[in-house]
Design a protein around this ligand. Structure first.
Ligand code: F0G
Length: 354
């Protein structure tokens, strides 16, 4: 049977009622790809949960389909969010589908080009503030508290409900829970959602063990690791350029309850992992996503693994979201040559010499 979307597939686990619109853009149902080359290199059984293959190219679609469906069920006509880019793309797409108004607040000059293009083409009202994500979220909270506008950031509990389905899929795809779940941490909603999902599947008897949750912030935005908000977060991974994560407490609880940890990775490590998963596994994910893989490399160096563990890295967003960083991080332009066979052969020889 044709895949029915998240709300239908997981309705027994979700706050779906007979009044909830069965909205779907075919979100979820994303592949779990085994990292054949990195598994061998690291001595692990390593997989990527490739969330970049959601309809708007990130895991945000899982939470947004639920949040937007509930907004409509509750009579709302306008949704609003702050975003480093992916949330705004997802909100704009689902709002378009149901004819809702969508307002998004983004940090000026700090969102990837593809994400901006998405929010605009789906028809959201896009407002760029001269401030960072944390400030944008404060403003959205103030406005939505005073006006009949539904807040669709992950402080909306329906977002977490939708996002927890990714944990169900990982377990169904592996036939069990992984030993370790590695995930980037920004506003800290997703790590909280995965942990909720694993615990619910465990309580239902669908899995017999729980994974250790290991979350990775970017070094320049490591509020949880430091134990205090960062006023001016900075990282190449703009998606997780967040200094005061809204789901801080639940993220810490996920790490503690699961005997995992919240750790950090440096920008160079993120970019190195970003290039590695593309050039060695054929998978293009955005820099923030690569924080999970950079984190696994870091844990490996620190002797964290015994060897052979089943590790799932969540690749949260598609690489095409941010084409500028891809070209910049390779540090080379295509070689331009004359349109002749000889010139092309000479160019190949030159590139092979490199
Ligand atoms: N990876 C990507 C690609 C993201 O877009 C985000 C968050 C994260 C990881 C971190 O997830 O916030 O649940 O800890 N992006 C948000 C946004 C903040 O506005 O799109 P988190």
């Amino acid at each position: 049977m044709r895949y029915q979307g998240l709300l239908q597939t997981y309705k027994e686990y979700l706050p779906v009622t007979d009044k909830t619109p069965m909205l779907t853009l075919q979100e979820g149902n994303t592949p779990l790809v085994r990292a054949e080359n990195l598994s061998q290199e690291l001595g692990l059984d390593l997989y990527f949960k490739y969330e970049g293959l959601n309809p708007t190219g990130s895991f945000k679609d899982r939470g947004m389909v639920m949040a937007v469906a509930k907004a409509v069920e509750e009579g709302s006509r306008t949704i609003m969010c702050a975003s480093t880019g992916n949330t705004s793309a997802a909100a704009a797409a689902y709002a378009a589908r149901l004819g809702l108004n969508c307002i998004v607040l983004i940090p000026n000059n700090n969102i990837a080009l593809g994400k901006l293009a998405q929010a605009m083409i789906y028809g959201a009202k896009v407002i760029a503030i001269e401030g960072n994500f944390d400030r944008a979220l404060e403003i959205v909270r103030e406005i939505t508290a005073k006006h009949p506008i539904t807040l669709v950031n992950s402080v909306n509990p329906y977002r977490i409900e939708g996002q927890k389905t990714a944990a169900f899929e990982v377990c169904d795809q592996l036939g069990e829970a992984p030993d370790v779940l590695a995930i980037p941490v920004g506003n800290a909603g997703n790590i909280s959602a995965y942990w909720k999902g694993f615990k619910e599947y465990h309580a239902k008897g669908k899995i017999s063990s729980l994974p250790r949750m290991v979350g990775f912030e970017a070094e320049g935005a490591m509020a949880i690791v430091k134990g205090e908000p960062i006023l001016e977060p900075e990282t190449v991974a703009t998606a997780i350029r967040i200094g005061n994560p809204a789901s801080w407490k639940t993220a810490v609880a996920a790490a503690e309850e699961s005997s995992g940890q919240i750790n950090y990775v440096r920008d160079e490590e993120i970019l190195s992992a970003y290039r590695t998963i593309a050039s060695r596994e054929g998978i293009f994910a955005e820099p923030a996503s690569a924080a999970s893989v950079a984190g696994v490399y870091k844990l490996k160096r620190e002797g964290y693994f015994k060897g052979g563990e089943k590790v799932v890295c969540v690749l949260t967003g598609h690489g095409l979201k941010d084409p500028n960083i891809a070209i910049k991080s390779i540090g080379a332009e295509p070689l331009v040559v004359q349109d002749s066979e000889e010139a092309v052969m000479a160019a190949i020889a030159k590139l092979e010499g490199n």
